[in-house]
Design a protein around this ligand. Structure first.
Ligand SMILES: NC(=O)C1=CN([C@@H]2O[C@H](COP(=O)(O)OP(=O)(O)OC[C@H]3O[C@@H](n4cnc5c(N)ncnc54)[C@H](O)[C@@H]3O)[C@@H](O)[C@H]2O)C=CC1
Ligand SMILES: C[N+](C)(C)CC(=O)CC(=O)[O-]
Length: 343
């Protein structure tokens, strides 16, 4: 298993001129130059855009017949946003190579990010195949939204280098990655991946245990379940749900998380007063916890509600609008300044 060699205390953009190590298994996170992305849909494509913008050479493979064309379209669409954020020295969309086979994609990779469909058997087989094709010691991360690595690493010959690196859409703008290993993952692979993501410009949460759904998806899922219940029962429209967050708590959450935000609800008394004051309402029936049945009626109501909320804007229009808004929030909350300082 690769050892994390964290020689530099600060995350750094990958340089393009340093000699490439001949032993991929010994590559320190700071020295990685070539990343492979396997599965190039919404998330894999977003990872490709992110790594290109950070100055890496990227190889990508996806079995869909038109995957290369779609991937380049996604990268082209993301590039203006990435340019406005600031590209790493030498970064270029031309440093993407779409390969014909998975084996070609990972042959010289120093890190592999898997972003194939969320199906357990597919992930198991794919991770085993990636493990046999990737140079020894190179860490392989899965973008899974919720499968524990323990359940996905069952058939790989070397499960010790398999980790979860759970991103947020789009990976080229949302900083967070949740990193966790499985029962058979070596702790050094988890540490190596966490450090690599930091060097690659991400904000990392490392989990010691396999929390089902990780941290952020557990939180999002609770909110999502309540939202679906309210639509199913006619208590709120899709528009009400979205407005309740974008005009309400969502504005605060980009600045402070739910914990510090609620500490301020206690005024001078902070969280202690907040708990004394509002603690009893935790017992009120404010949440349903059980997921609603995703029957045809609810499915149709949510899809129709989103179409109505889009109000004629295409998915591409919405992606542009989201990217612009996220960049403004990153800028307004000082995150871009911090990024620039650490380069
Ligand atoms: N969509 C989202 O918001 C997020 C998704 N994820 C995770 O990322 C992963 C990918 O999800 P999406 O990009 O949304 O799906 P997607 O459907 O957009 O893309 C999946 C891609 O995988 C390709 N593919 C199919 N079989 C494959 C195989 N055997 N090997 C390699 N590639 C294969 C497909 O051709 C497709 O291009 C999933 O594990 C998902 O849970 C994680 C965070 C957010
Ligand atoms: C919808 N989702 C569960 C796939 C979302 C994620 O996993 C993370 C995100 O981007 O919100």
């Amino acid at each position: 298993m690769t050892s994390p060699e964290t020689t530099s205390p600060e995350p750094a953009s990958p340089r393009t001129t340093s000699p490439k190590t001949t032993s991929p298994e010994l590559t320190a996170p700071e020295n990685v130059r070539r990343v492979a992305c396997v599965g190039a849909g919404v998330i894999g494509g977003g990872w490709v855009a992110h790594f290109l913008a950070r100055g890496y050479d990227v190889t990508a493979w996806d079995p869909a017949p038109d995957a290369g064309r779609k991937l380049r379209r996604l990268v082209d669409a993301a590039w203006p946003a990435l340019t406005s954020l600031g590209l790493a020295e030498g970064a270029s969309a031309d440093r993407l190579t779409v390969t014909d086979t998975l084996e070609q994609a990972v042959a010289e990779a120093e890190f592999v990010q898997e972003s194939a469909p969320e199906k357990l058997d597919l992930k198991r087989d794919l991770l085993a195949r990636l493990d046999s094709a990737t140079p020894p010691g190179v860490v392989i991360a899965s973008s899974t939204s919720g499968y524990p690595m323990t359940d996905m690493q069952t058939t790989a010959a070397d499960p010790s280098r398999l980790v979860v690196g759970h991103p947020f859409n789009p990976p080229y703008l949302i900083p967070l990655v949740e990193v966790v290993g499985g029962e058979r993952t070596d702790a050094t692979a988890v540490a190596w991946a966490a450090r690599f993501y930091e060097v690659a410009g991400k904000s990392v949460i490392t989990m010691d245990n396999e929390v089902p759904g990780f941290i952020a998806n557990r939180l999002q899922e609770a909110l999502w379940r309540e939202a679906l219940h309210m639509v199913a029962s006619g208590e709120a429209t899709v528009r009400d749900i979205d407005l309740s967050i974008t005009e309400g708590p969502g504005l605060r959450w980009a600045v402070m998380g739910p914990m510090l935000t609620f500490a301020l609800a206690g005024g001078e008394g902070g969280m202690a007063h907040m708990l004394d004051h509002f603690g009893p309402s935790l017992k009120s029936p404010w949440t349903r916890l059980e997921a609603p049945e995703l029957d045809k009626e609810l499915y149709d109501a949510v899809v129709a509600g989103c179409d109505e909320a889009a109000d004629g804007r295409s998915i591409a229009d919405l992606v542009t609008e989201r990217d612009r808004g996220v960049i403004e929030v990153l800028r307004a909350t000082g995150r871009l300044d911090r990024e620039e300082d650490s380069r």
